[in-house]
Design a protein around this ligand. Sequence first.
Ligand SMILES: [Zn+2]
Length: 134
Amino acid sequence: MQSTTLSIGDPIEARCTKCRKNTDHIIITLEEKAPAKVQCNTCTRKHKYRAPTVPKKTTTRQTAKPKDADRKEWESLQSEMDSAKAKTYSMTESYKLNALINHPSFGLGIVQRIIGSQKIEVLFEEGRKTMRCQ
Ligand SMILES: [Zn+2]
């Protein structure tokens, strides 16, 4: 394909050692149709072509993954949730499995697990929460 053929003077993204980041470059020389020498548009330095580096993934995104799964599950269950049937959450109430709860801060939730006595696990839009009950 002609569009993939590089020519001298073409703009190309490359890693610049002086700028210490990926910047726009102009191809100065080509070797076997691959860029050999490039010039940085930012600092005007001429250097060997280096492929742009891929930015590292942030660790904060990785820790958010289990919550994403909860969110997806909540969204899939949302269509079956009838907010009119939801009970306003109260510590003095007793709840059954799959009961709908309306929590003043977390919103609509569904009881997913009865954890021993006086504790339930509720799936809210923002994740799973352990709640007290009677
Ligand atoms: Zn540069």
